[in-house]
Design a protein around this ligand. Structure first.
Ligand SMILES: Nc1ncnc2c1ncn2[C@@H]1O[C@H](COP(=O)(O)OP(=O)(O)O)[C@@H](O)[C@H]1O
Ligand SMILES: [Mg+2]
Length: 288
């Protein structure tokens, strides 16, 4: 049963452990992670590549690839335990109560279907509404993520859109069923700085408007400095430091956090638009 009262945090993760048995031994991708997330709160989950950020997100979505699995701990959403749910139960949670936005929009988009088809099906998978109603909601969602001429875009196939537009469509799909929690896994890393800044700004606005919470996964401290209220710093499957953005930016306690901070060319005061973006991978350049 879902217990829901506002004093309770939306998400409580306790001592989460997600392991992968391999020939070389057990990989402890997530090795005892604990944090809580309030309703409407934006949390940055930061750490270098391989620190366990994505597997933390996948665990919360019930998307850990076999032979990996959650071997211990608890994930409570609105008080309801998610660890141990069946795949069928996960399917009713995913996309409906928790929506994930991946780095590569093509993880979400089907290349051979028009945007309209994909979006209406995302609605109809979870709710009994007419196709016309679903299409109208799809149109509205495209408007909300700042897509110009949404009617035209609905008729497009993914390859007819730029990288920035594709990622906006994915965010619009995530919005469709009004989830309580968004998990965004480096969704702007491949985009150019201007578009990245726009998308961050819009995600902030959307969480404010919807009251949803957001976990923003990134290797880039500058991104969370501009976006989040709270930061969890991950290293080797563990959270080594967590706290309010201001506290961590001004007085990082852990040497590893200080190292991540030093990779920010110019520190962005909280709430300010992103100015810097290290580690562009050359995939930038797709126009908005
Ligand atoms: N399918 C898998 N099999 C074995 N190890 C994996 C698998 N997926 C991820 N890992 C390991 O789990 C650790 C955390 O990975 P990940 O969560 O993807 O890190 P991040 O997102 O922080 O870059 C890494 O050491 C990675 O090699
Ligand atoms: Mg990752």
């Amino acid at each position: 049963m879902t217990v829901s009262h506002s004093a309770m945090p939306l998400l409580e993760v306790r001592d989460l452990q997600t392991h992968f048995p391999t020939q070389g031994g057990v990989v402890r991708a997530v090795d005892g992670v604990s944090f809580t997330l309030g309703r409407g709160e934006i949390m940055g989950l930061v750490g270098e590549s391989g620190s366990g950020k994505s597997q933390t997100g996948y665990s919360i979505m019930g998307l850990v690839d076999k032979p990996g699995r959650i071997v211990g701990g608890s994930i409570r959403l609105g008080g309801e335990e998610l660890v141990g749910k069946s795949e069928r139960e996960w399917q009713s949670i995913r996309g409906r109560r928790i929506a994930m936005i991946f780095q590569d929009p093509m993880m979400t988009l089907n290349p051979v279907l028009q945007i309209a088809t994909q979006m209406t099906e995302a609605v109809l998978a979870h709710r009994r509404v007419s196709r016309a109603q679903a299409l109208e909601e799809a149109h509205d969602a495209l408007v909300r993520v700042g897509i110009p001429s949404p009617g035209e875009r609905l008729r497009c196939y993914p390859h007819q859109l730029s990288g920035g537009m594709r990622q906006r469509v994915v965010i619009a799909i995530a919005l469709l069923n009004k989830p309580e929690l968004f998990i965004a896994d480096e969704p702007t890393t491949a985009l150019d700085v201007t578009i990245q800044g726009q998308i961050l700004y819009e995600m902030q606005k959307l969480t404010r408007e919807t009251g949803a919470s957001l976990i923003w996964i990134t290797h880039d401290m500058a991104v969370v400095a501009a976006l989040a209220q709270r930061i969890c710093v991950m290293r080797r499957g563990r959270i080594v430091e967590q706290g309010a953005v201001g506290d961590i930016l001004h007085a990082p306690q852990h040497p590893y956090t200080r190292g991540l901070m030093d990779s920010i060319p110019s520190r962005n005061p909280r709430g300010q638009r992103l100015r810097t973006m290290p580690d562009l991978d050359g995939a930038a350049g797709a126009a908005a």
